[in-house]
Write a protein that binds this ligand. Structure first.
Ligand SMILES: Cc1cc2nc3c(=O)[nH]c(=O)nc-3n(C[C@H](O)[C@H](O)[C@H](O)COP(=O)(O)O)c2cc1C
Length: 383
């Protein structure tokens, strides 16, 4: 099919999928458009690059079932606060219940304004969620990844290794398959905490946390880096310091010290893309496909922006939480409606932007197909 015939099909698919998105839409896209949407996260192949970031939308099995039915590529579970064997949590301030959450406009985009807290039920309840999530993953329905906030010490203090040991072992036991995929969250509210006043302290966390976790289970580890309250150069230093992780999620939300809340929207993607623009990995990476983008992704065009800067997958939160009338689809779950817009929107959807780049000569076919992963710069590739 020619590029212009593909555009005609796209307009038709966009309209008809408003009523129902096929679950295996990635196979449909490959057959119809000869476009391979495959992405990668934490060493796993994904049918397409779009996953859900940790938060209030991955707190229970019902949400995960809906995401699996919609054909989401992966979901990161809500962040649990680590504890030791007697249940004490050094990061307990992050485990409190926080109800006020507001979906609103900021700088011309959508953001969720919220103080930002972790899992507020029992650790046993979290293990129950992990077991249900594992069942979905092993059944091939949805890749799921638990997320933890572990103890972070001041410079002269030791890490509370009992929290690392107990929590990591308990999660690995509940997962009951090897390796355990895990995200370590360095959250935006942490960026606003006095703990994060010192650069050296943050760099030490990023350097030492991977081995604190790996000592207790076979883990494939992603670290979700915060936007620290320092300049872009320090953001790049953080990436370098986190070399012990298998993957990096770049970068969690901004922190508004006046309001004491975390926020996203265009300011977040501007900052994230700017930092990634100036970051230069080694020319031939030992570990390709290491970056996962997050922050103000509300269109396929924005997915391409993150991919062009090395992200082989993306994780969204806000776009899965909009008022129903904000999506072009008329039927289906929020996850389905969001995926429909991200993939099939005829101007700014992922297919449209890949076809646009083909027409402009900046994305070439290999074996007759366009590949999402070919959007990544060479230094991020395994090709
Ligand atoms: C209400 C809310 C709760 C969140 N909770 C967590 C969390 O517990 N752990 C975490 O790592 N990220 C958390 N996040 C961050 C999101 O996973 C995501 O990375 C971030 O919001 C940027 O993506 P977005 O602009 O698509 O929302 C949360 C975000 C929101 C809006």
């Amino acid at each position: 099919m020619s590029n212009s015939d593909s555009r005609v099909s796209l307009a038709r698919d966009f309209e008809r999928f408003k009523r129902e998105l096929p679950r295996d839409f990635a196979a449909h896209v490959r057959d119809t458009y000869r476009i391979d949407l495959s992405g990668r996260y934490l060493g796993e192949s994904l049918p397409h690059p779009i996953g859900k970031g940790s938060g209030q939308l991955s707190l229970n099995t019902g949400q995960l079932e809906t995401d699996a039915d919609a054909g989401l590529a992966f979901a990161v579970l809500k962040t649990v606060i680590a504890q030791d064997g007697v249940g004490s949590q050094s990061m307990a301030a992050w485990a409190i219940h926080e109800t006020r959450m507001k979906v609103e406009r900021r700088s011309g985009g959508w953001t969720v304004t919220w103080k930002g807290r972790g899992w507020d039920r029992s650790f046993d309840d979290y293990l129950g969620l992990v077991r249900a999530a594992r069942d979905l993953t092993l059944a091939g329905r949805l890749l799921t990844v638990p997320s933890v906030k572990y103890h972070l010490p001041r410079l002269r203090e030791p890490f509370r290794l009992e929290e690392y040991a107990f929590t990591t072992r308990a999660l690995a036991h509940a997962w009951d398959a090897s390796p355990l995929l895990l995200e370590k969250d360095f959250s935006p509210t942490l960026a606003g905490d006095a703990l994060s006043d010192e650069k050296r302290q943050i760099l030490r966390w990023l350097e030492e946390v991977p081995s604190c976790i790996r000592d207790h289970a076979a883990v494939r580890l992603a670290m979700k880096l915060m936007n620290a309250r320092f300049d872009d150069g320090f953001q790049r230093e953080m990436i370098e310091a986190a070399s012990g992780a298998d993957a990096l999620v770049v970068f969690n939300r901004l922190y508004d010290p006046t309001l004491g809340v975390a926020y996203g929207g265009p300011e977040l993607s501007d900052r994230n893309l700017r930092v990634l623009d100036t970051y230069r990995p080694l020319a031939s990476p030992t570990a390709p496909y290491r970056l996962c983008g997050t922050g103000n992704i509300q269109s396929g065009r924005m997915i391409v922006e993150y991919a062009r800067r090395g992200c082989s997958a993306v994780q969204l939160h806000t776009f899965f939480q909009l008022p129903l009338e904000a999506y072009p689809a008329t039927h289906g779950s929020r996850t389905q409606r969001a995926l429909h817009a991200l993939i099939f929107e005829p101007r700014d959807g992922l297919i449209a932007v890949m076809l646009e780049r083909e027409a402009a000569g900046s994305l070439a076919r290999h074996g007759g197909e366009l590949h999402f992963l070919d959007l990544l710069p060479n230094a991020y590739h395994s090709r």
